[in-house]
Design a protein around this ligand. Structure first.
Ligand code: GLA
Length: 366
């Protein structure tokens, strides 16, 4: 259903934001570390038109009821609007809290980013709505610079909806250029566009969705954040970004030590990956991807048996490297393969899953 069919008149415009895959740098953003996501072709699209009253009506193709949700100024209190519409209310709230004007609006949302697959469908929603509302309000990039927008979308998600996310997903949705991965220093906010074009090198980056949707992801994610903060406090540093491997002996608790080790080694793997990509040595990033998965499995403990199976099978079938991507506890695995091997690696993963009576992972890219 399109905007016209829902509201009976055309929209003033159409805006969109992509989902993302994180190439490497997992659970580093909230430790002031480095990340390297890139944008997917899959996007969330928002058609919108202003209305003369401070009231917002949102329709989504994915809402269970398929009925528009309406909220007004009284609902611009964190947590008041729940479910997917909460992301929209959160963006209105975050813009207003930043003293930006926001007109009332009618919005219609569609998306081809699978939800809950760790591909940042929620950040894409928040970022598409943010771009739409900023444009409807007449805000130019001078009024609200692109570089300042990820923080506003993050506030919507973190402070209004209540998901304790970092800054990676919103930055990826708003700042990534086609054919590039976004190298982001999550402390300084500094970015660099890193050429990342597997097909040009005769490679393919597979994205395989295990279909596992972990409902406890919020609680586990928050727990990892807390442990990282505790580790930083115990080491007397502002964030784990400031710690190095020799410091780990000062952490008495073995679990905390492993969590911190993941963050420290993962940030270094991002730097190593960026160095290889800048040197045009894309094939050589494979082992770093695999090392990242092992660290997320053994030290950070956020993988699932399905993610481990997909990554290990892809590697055994010839992938140069494979890893889970996103927060973990389900979702997708990425695998860097020689282009001619894309099909056989995908098929090997499918048969490993079938042999264990698990649903065959969906493939997001050919
Ligand atoms: C989720 C969060 C991000 C990041 C990743 C893990 O996607 O939204 O901020 O922390 O998990 O790397």
């Amino acid at each position: 259903m399109r905007f016209e069919e829902v509201y009976g008149h055309p929209p003033a415009g159409v805006w969109s934001a992509p989902g993302r895959v994180n190439l490497i740098g997992e659970h580093t953003d909230y430790n002031d570390g480095y990340v390297l996501p890139y944008a997917l072709p899959q996007r969330t699209t928002v058609a919108a038109a202003p209305v003369p009253v401070p009231e917002w009506t949102v329709w989504s193709a994915y809402a269970e009821q398929r009925k528009p949700v309406r909220f007004g100024e009284a609902d611009l209190v964190p947590g008041r609007v729940t479910g997917w519409a909460g992301y929209v209310a959160g963006v209105v709230w975050a813009l207003r809290a930043g003293r930006f004007p926001v007109p009332g609006a009618r919005l219609a949302v569609t998306s081809d980013i699978p939800a809950g697959a760790g591909l940042s469908s929620s950040a894409a929603l928040a970022c598409a709505v943010l771009t739409a509302l900023a444009d409807l309000a007449g805000l130019t990039e001078r009024d609200l610079p692109l570089a300042d927008r990820p923080v506003l979308a993050q506030r919507a998600e973190r402070d209004y909806v209540g998901v304790p996310c970092g800054i990676m997903d919103q930055s990826a949705a708003l700042l990534t250029r086609p054919g590039h991965a976004l190298f982001l220093d999550c402390r300084s906010g500094e970015i660099a566009q890193i050429l990342f074009d597997p097909p040009a090198a005769g490679l393919a980056l597979l994205v395989l969705d295990t279909g596992v949707r972990h409902r406890l992801v919020g609680g586990e994610y928050a727990a990892r954040r807390t442990t990282c903060q505790q580790a930083a406090a115990a080491l007397g540093v502002a964030a784990l970004r400031d710690a190095s491997l020799p410091d780990l002996v000062r952490l008495a608790d073995p679990v905390t030590r492993r969590r911190a080790r993941h963050v420290i080694t993962e940030s270094q793997r991002v730097l190593d990956t960026v160095a290889l990509l800048r040197a045009g040595r894309i094939r050589e990033i494979g082992p770093l991807l695999s090392a990242s998965h092992a660290s997320l499995r053994d030290d950070f403990e956020v993988t699932t048996p399905e993610l481990d199976l997909a990554a290990a099978t892809a590697e055994a079938a010839g992938a140069r490297g494979a890893r889970m991507t996103g927060a973990g506890f389900g979702g997708c695995v990425i695998a860097l393969v020689e282009a001619p091997a894309a099909e056989s690696v995908t098929a090997a993963v499918a048969s490993a899953f079938t042999a264990r009576h698990l649903p065959v992972p969906g493939s997001l890219l050919p």
